[in-house]
Design a protein around this ligand. Structure first.
Ligand SMILES: Cc1cc2nc3c(=O)[nH]c(=O)nc-3n(C[C@H](O)[C@H](O)[C@H](O)COP(=O)(O)O)c2cc1C
Length: 172
């Protein structure tokens, strides 16, 4: 197994971004700093942020997606972010999925992201986390108050790192 640190890219389906430590070389795409245009908007195919985003996605070995649930599915922002990457950038690499909800947790957004990831030839790890009642879920230091949920997030991150290394180091 290669000793090169695994690179994980964190992608958020909303503009407010708080990064969390995940235990690998972490890159976070900040949509406030570098917005991605809507796919197909005038000039979008030549957009410098898009090209940089695709290059970073290609360089990374795994991805953690976090989307708020909007009207029972992933946010438009998350879908548009995923629409900018293809098999050439992310195919054969590991993905982990998280969602946040204003109401009680369910798996809709997670299931819908899992389908989108399949279409770009990504490998989703089986672990996933939905954080319900998100407004009450974090303390003042941005830590999850429910220790079971916090443990699931750690388990998810560990699984993505493990899968990313396995897939990277066993390419044909
Ligand atoms: C347009 C919109 C639609 C939403 N739809 C849902 C929903 O279907 N189910 C739910 O539990 N929460 C829903 N919410 C609440 C968000 O999921 C919640 O506020 C979100 O996870 C917080 O993330 P954000 O502040 O990054 O958007 C919705 C919020 C917005 C703005």
């Amino acid at each position: 197994m290669s000793a090169t640190p695994v690179k994980i890219l964190g992608l958020s389906g909303s503009y407010g971004l708080t990064s969390k430590k995940l235990g690998a070389e972490i890159h976070i795409w900040d949509l406030v700093e570098k917005p991605l245009p809507l796919v197909g908007a005038e000039g979008s195919w030549q957009d410098a942020n898009v090209k940089e985003f695709q290059a970073l996605a290609t360089e990374c070995d795994g991805y953690i997606l976090t989307s708020p649930e909007y009207h029972g599915t992933m946010s438009g922002v998350m879908k548009n972010t995923l629409d900018w990457v293809y098999k050439d950038h992310v195919g054969g690499k590991a993905f982990g999925l998280m969602s946040t909800l204003g109401g009680i947790s369910n798996s809709n957004t997670l299931n819908h992201m899992r389908i989108a990831v399949r279409w770009i030839h990504g490998w989703c790890v089986p672990e996933q986390v939905a954080v319900g009642k998100v407004k009450e879920a974090f303390d003042d230091d941005n830590n999850l108050t429910d220790t079971d949920v916090a443990e699931r997030v750690v388990g998810l991150a560990q699984s993505v790192v493990k899968a990313a290394i396995m897939l990277r180091d066993n390419k044909e």
